[in-house]
Design a protein around this ligand. Structure first.
Ligand SMILES: Nc1ncnc2c1ncn2[C@@H]1O[C@H](COP(=O)(O)OP(=O)(O)OP(=O)(O)O)[C@@H](O)[C@H]1O
Ligand SMILES: [Mg+2]
Length: 265
């Protein structure tokens, strides 16, 4: 969304004409996967990102958090990420965490559950005593529904749903202000999906987390998010409050996307 100039409180996340071009490799030419995307998100809010496969959703998520080279501006919590120093970014990363579609991708296979969640707590020096850091980590695991007997297991000894809960615990352990979730439930079965979505929704409410939520599931986006952006071929084709975009889609691409949802049985 364009920055709201009538609102004196700056948004937590401001993305301004963000573009990503993947360089040519071998016979493959350069490819522009993101084209001047702008959007914003206030503290504690939730922004959905929808669009068909290949429309640039993951590229946007990665570019927002500086995980892929981009042009344009990203400001998170008052810091311009796109021009920040490595030292500033190291500190700022505490406040902007990411959950990936495949939890295996966000967990180091050599770290036990407890160590995986404790590591960012120690790294960001949230507490001055190791006992308090450990207590916070155990509390975070509990809040994410990870049973205490799983704390000494390695990621490959967990189910997909348990792994995603641990990935969420690791992401929220440093008490971030922003969580970017890239299809966090698409690798899970339907009942586990619902549990993980409820967990995210509870954490958002209880911790005042702002969430960027990328999903193929428009019903879930409508349930969880205030605003939504609709992406097609690397561009935002429509944006606004979920209710307006889903009830009265203006762009033919959004209309087609909504028509593609199977009717409820
Ligand atoms: N490292 C890369 N090098 C070249 N092209 C890439 C690279 N990563 C992604 N792309 C291309 O950029 C486009 C956008 O990819 P992206 O992964 O952002 O899509 P997506 O909307 O997340 O899709 P999905 O819903 O399937 O996850 C695709 O055409 C993809 O092939
Ligand atoms: Mg993706």
């Amino acid at each position: 969304m364009a920055p709201d100039l009538t609102n004196p409180v700056p948004p937590l996340l401001m993305v301004d004409r963000l573009s990503v071009t993947f360089p040519p490799r071998g016979r493959r030419p350069a490819f522009q996967a993101l084209r001047a995307v702008s959007c914003s998100l206030g503290a504690g809010g939730a922004l959905g990102v929808v669009g068909e496969s290949g429309s640039g959703k993951s590229t946007l998520a990665r570019a927002m958090l500086g995980l892929t080279p981009s042009s344009g501006r990203v400001v998170i919590d008052g810091l311009e990420w796109t021009s920040a120093s490595a030292g500033q970014l190291r500190k700022a990363r505490r406040h902007a965490q990411m959950i990936f579609q495949d939890p295996a991708g966000s967990l180091n296979p050599r770290f036990r559950v407890l160590d995986a969640v404790l590591e960012p707590v120690l790294f960001h020096r949230l507490f001055d005593s190791p006992d308090r850091a450990l207590a916070h980590t155990l509390h975070t695991l509990e809040a994410c529904g990870v049973a205490p007997d799983l704390a000494q297991r390695y990621p490959h000894q967990l189910s997909g749903g348990q792994r995603q809960r641990v990935a969420i615990a690791r992401a929220i352990a440093p008490r971030p202000k922003l969580l970017v979730c890239d299809e966090p439930t698409s690798a899970l079965d339907v009942s586990t999906q619902a549990q993980v979505l409820n967990l995210l929704s509870d954490l958002k409410r209880d911790l005042g987390l702002a969430i960027v939520f990328i999903s193929h599931d428009l019903a879930v986006v409508e349930h969880l998010c205030d605003d939504v952006i609709v992406m097609n071929q690397g561009e935002v084709v429509e944006l606004g409050p979920c209710r307006r975009v889903f009830d009265h889609p203006q762009h033919p691409y959004t209309q087609a996307l909504l028509k593609a949802i199977p009717a409820a049985p």
